[in-house]
Design a protein around this ligand. Structure first.
Ligand SMILES: [Fe+2]
Length: 130
């Protein structure tokens, strides 16, 4: 990719990809993951409650704009990790499953500067993790 458009493509393609996942995971509040993924979450993080704590910690720890991503690595292991701006786990060859958008545009209209309230709402209303 030509260097002069690399950042623009990275930001806009990342934004499209990230938000496409976000809309799918916010549509049916309160549903816990089931079956295989639920078991994997229990094994990797201790419990679904601990997973929510880790997602919250990740989202609250991001300085400025970015995403807290939960996903699966090439090795099959689950991860929770912060990504700046519109970067995506896809950029590192990993697969995103659920992300919390912590750009201010995601929460400022409803929550003002209270990111913690917004993040709590996100982790309490996860619709689908597949
Ligand atoms: Fe956003």
């Amino acid at each position: 990719m030509p260097a002069e458009i690399r950042t623009t493509v990275r930001n806009n393609a990342g934004g499209h990809s990230n938000h496409s996942i976000l809309w799918k995971t916010l549509s049916n509040p309160g549903k816990k993951p089931e079956d295989k993924l639920a078991k994997e979450i229990d094994e990797a993080f201790g419990s679904y409650e601990k997973w929510k704590e880790e997602m919250t910690k990740c989202a609250m720890g991001i300085f400025g704009s970015g995403w807290a991503w939960f996903g699966r690595g090439k090795d099959g292991k689950l991860f929770i990790e912060p990504f700046p701006n519109q970067d995506s786990p896809f950029m590192t060859g990993r697969t995103p499953i659920y992300g919390i958008d912590v750009w201010e545009h995601a929460y400022y209209l409803k929550h003002r500067n209270r990111r913690a309230d917004y993040v709590k709402t996100c982790v309490e209303n996860v619709a689908s993790l597949t």
